[in-house]
Write a protein that binds this ligand. Structure first.
Ligand code: ATR
Length: 283
């Protein structure tokens, strides 16, 4: 029997990770021989665990909270997508440890392919300025929106991101600004992405985003997901917007990691539909 190549997701906590299920589906779909497990990384022992996995023949890893910055530091080489400072995908090969970040591409693919909303020429509002927000800025620029506004509870962190990516924005021809609540531009946005950790405590992101930013032509996208729509999604729907959770981003970032490792692109949409049905059946 052929030997299966080994992969794993590492995080803390990790028991609820859906990545092993998603990658098993991709392997089935593409006839790739892989085995994909989950590893609980000790908070003070991330590098040790990764090295042990490599030594035991591991070929690649997904990295989740709270290790994405440590994965960035550990990598011997980085893709341009990881240059924003966080790594969620490691590939182990003759050239050492290669770090990449597929989160942003996952978000963009979910919005454009699965939800059918083009970012080209769109006005986009990004709520939050932490690691999750930072990782999606460049992939959003790549889709040539007209404007990107970043709003954060702590305005200074949004200003930092605007400074960090100002040159990329200019090169992509994107109007780019940010700060606190008063940075929200007048009128409806086409896409509003919640990249704050607010949904974790079932709270609306602060500062309260202007209600006028939401409308019938708005896609309100929460990077979080759960069995029920998040508070942010419910708020957006009340204001007439279409709302989506981050389950599709989870599947699409996994699909991009699978492609990095195997050179084969799985069909994320099909796996997303199955995962969604499975979650609905559990409630
Ligand atoms: P992540 O890697 O998930 O982005 P992070 O880097 O800690 O995590 O960033 C969390 C983000 O969520 C930040 O933008 C944070 O705002 P602050 O910079 O003001 O701390 C935001 N955040 C967390 N809880 C929030 C809440 N209840 N309402 C609004 N924003 C919140």
């Amino acid at each position: 029997m052929s030997q299966k190549d080994r992969y794993a997701v590492i995080g803390n906590p990790i028991e609820h990770s859906k990545s092993p299920w998603i990658h098993a589906k991709f392997a089935e779909q593409t006839d790739e021989l892989i085995q994909y497990g989950r590893i609980l990384g000790p908070l003070d022992g991330f590098t040790r665990e990764v090295k042990a996995f490599i030594a035991s023949g591991g070929r690649g890893m997904n990295v989740t909270v709270p290790f994405k910055l440590e994965a960035y530091a550990l990598a011997d080489s980085l893709s341009p997508r990881a240059a924003a400072g966080a790594v969620n995908t490691l590939a182990f090969g003759p050239d050492g440890v290669c770090g990449d970040n597929t989160d942003g591409v996952g978000l963009v693919r979910d919005i454009e392919v699965n939800l059918g909303v083009s970012l080209k020429g769109a006005r986009v509002l990004l709520l939050g300025a932490g690691g999750a927000a930072r990782g999606v800025v460049l992939p959003i620029f790549d889709r040539a929106p007209a404007a990107l506004t970043i709003v954060n509870r702590t305005a200074a962190k949004a200003h930092q991101l605007v400074d960090q990516f100002a040159r990329d924005a200019a090169e992509s021809g994107v109007r780019f600004s940010g700060g606190g609540a008063d940075s929200v531009e007048a009128g409806q946005y086409d896409v509003i992405v919640n990249a704050t950790a607010g949904s974790l405590d079932a709270a609306l992101p602060e500062p309260d985003c202007e209600d006028t930013a939401f409308g019938a032509g708005t896609l309100a996208y929460d990077m979080m997901y759960g069995a029920q729509p998040t508070v942010f999604m419910q708020h957006a729907e009340k204001l007439g917007a279409r709302a989506a959770d981050g389950l599709g981003m989870l599947v699409e970032q996994a699909a991009e990691s699978f492609f990095i490792w195997r050179g084969v692109r799985p069909d994320g949409g099909a796996v997303l539909r199955e995962l969604r049905q499975m979650l609905a059946a559990k409630t």
